[in-house]
Design a binder for this molecule. Structure first.
Ligand code: BG6
Length: 486
């Protein structure tokens, strides 16, 4: 249903995230009647744009990033009429703040106000201080922080401290858009509404887990951000560890924010620390070179960054995470993410143990549960079955396969649609608490240190391959393989 009138103020409004994700998400919520006619979206950025200039950009963004049949011209026009722009130096306490202040008269003082920071995280503290000093932070205000928060533990703590001086923890929404994905939320349903899985969910039955987020895209004009970040900070520290937490956590006592986050935090804190000298073996990093995806030849990472640019930033990571607790002792979680891989897919593979003994001549393949997060959202369970025919007991794997698309014929909303509305309603369940973010950095940081100490750990892979060979060795050394190699 519709939410109360609100003002949504986006810092970093001219950036890629705003255009690609935030405006399209808000458009869908408006189209579906959730965003009231007097709600406002206020873009804030340093560029000197008028409301109309910014509306023009918004219109282009919708044309580009909303699927054509969903883009209704009249609806889009009304939506764009609710967009404003303020040219503000967010990080400086200068006179440009007047441009924002003029939009906030007494008439809107009691509305929900959401400040969405889609800038470089190094500015979050300054922007919050300036918001406060200009009297813009009301009791109905909250702040949304995009990931990654900081570049290591120290900077994350500093940012959290600075933001925390202006906003109480419960007013801070640290977004991880993977938590807004329908299929990621469905993990909670799958595990805790279906005893058939939960009874098997431990080292008793499970051999190991693989979590992959593969992309075909390269860095797409985000080179400056990406090159200073890399795949470990961009994907593993947040998205993949959050998904891992939902797979590995104990059943929470209830479905409220703190019950859930307490359980996720316990998983992060139980992660076996990776010693910098083990990094070469358990945390593989790679960078793509020129290669072919499908029939298209694509340039290598450094070429994509630009003429003559050198870089040692990783665009691929595969690592082994071990959760030291009773449920998961001896069950490694292999996490992997990369750009310019053969296809776009995010999935969780739960590999079950072998039969203790086999009475068959056919080689048995252990059961495997594949949870497809995107695309072709669904769940697949491989089981060994008898090959029908007169030739005796010949077995082969077959699948029990559920496609969510076919089971529920509704559109899959983009993760941001759900999450942006949660920030308006003030529902923090799908957002990260400070201690989770810091626990994730605590685990990730030694990997960054180890890589810095051992420069020869950077491998290269061709665009269109599944990453460097070392990623395969990571599993074969344990007598296992990535599921696409089975
Ligand atoms: C973002 C990363 O958080 O997630 C991007 O910064 C990445 O580099 C994106 O492309 C992937 O998200 P999705 O929803 O397409 O899997």
């Amino acid at each position: 249903g519709p939410v109360d009138p609100f003002d949504y103020i986006v810092f970093g409004a001219t950036g890629d995230l705003t255009m690609r994700k935030l405006l399209p998400a808000l458009y869908y919520r408006f189209r579906d009647g959730q965003m009231p006619a007097d709600a406002r979206i206020i873009g804030a950025a340093r560029s000197k744009l008028s409301d109309d200039d910014f509306r023009g950009r918004a219109e282009k963004a919708l044309a580009r990033f909303v699927k054509a049949p969903d883009l209704d011209e009249a609806v889009a026009r009304r939506f764009i009429g609710q967009i404003y722009f303020a040219s503000v130096n967010g990080a400086e306490a200068d006179s440009t703040w007047e441009n924002l202040l003029r939009l906030f008269d007494d008439g809107v003082a009691s509305r929900t106000r959401v400040f969405y920071l889609a800038t470089s995280p190094s500015l979050y503290g300054d922007i919050c201080r300036n918001l406060s000093e200009h009297g813009l932070v009301t009791p109905q205000s909250r702040v949304v922080l995009e990931k990654p928060i900081g570049t290591d533990l120290g900077s994350a703590e500093r940012i959290n401290d600075e933001v925390g001086q202006v906003f109480e923890e419960k007013k801070i929404f640290r977004i991880d858009h993977y938590l807004g994905k329908e299929t990621v939320q469905n993990l909670i349903a799958l595990r805790f509404a279906n005893p058939v899985f939960e009874r098997l969910w431990s080292s008793d039955a499970i051999d190991h887990v693989q979590i992959t987020a593969a992309e075909t895209v390269g860095v797409e004009g985000r080179g400056d951000y990406y090159d200073s970040s890399g795949a470990l900070r961009d994907m593993i520290q947040n998205h993949l560890l959050q998904v891992m937490c939902l797979v590995a956590m104990e059943p929470p006592g209830a479905l409220d924010a703190d019950s859930l986050r307490n359980e996720k935090l316990k998983v992060l804190r139980a992660l076996k620390p990776i010693a910098p000298d083990d990094v070469a073996h358990v945390a593989i990093r790679g960078q793509y070179g020129r290669g072919k995806i499908g029939d298209t030849v694509v340039p290598g990472y450094m070429e994509e960054l630009g003429e003559g640019r050198q870089s040692r930033t990783e665009t691929f990571v595969a690592l082994k995470a071990e959760i030291h607790n009773w449920r998961w002792g001896k069950v490694p979680f292999y996490l992997r993410s990369g750009k310019r891989l053969p296809n776009k897919s995010s999935e969780i593979v739960v590999q079950f143990k072998e039969t203790p003994w086999s009475i068959f001549k056919s080689k048995l393949q252990s059961n495997r549960l594949i949870i497809r997060l995107q695309p072709q959202e669904g769940i697949q369970l491989s089981i060994m079955s008898k090959d029908p025919g007169p030739d005796g007991m010949v077995l082969r794997p077959a699948n029990i396969d559920i496609s969510f698309e076919k089971a529920f014929s509704t559109r899959y909303p983009d993760a941001y649609e759900r999450l942006l509305m949660d920030t308006v309603r003030g529902d923090p369940v799908l957002f990260m608490r400070r201690d989770e973010v810091e626990a994730a950095w605590t685990w990730v940081e030694p990997v960054l240190d180890g890589w810095a100490r051992h420069p020869d750990t950077l491998h290269y892979y061709s665009a269109g391959s599944w990453g460097p060979d070392a990623a395969r060795t990571l599993l074969s050394r344990d007598g296992r393989c990535w599921h696409e190699d089975v």
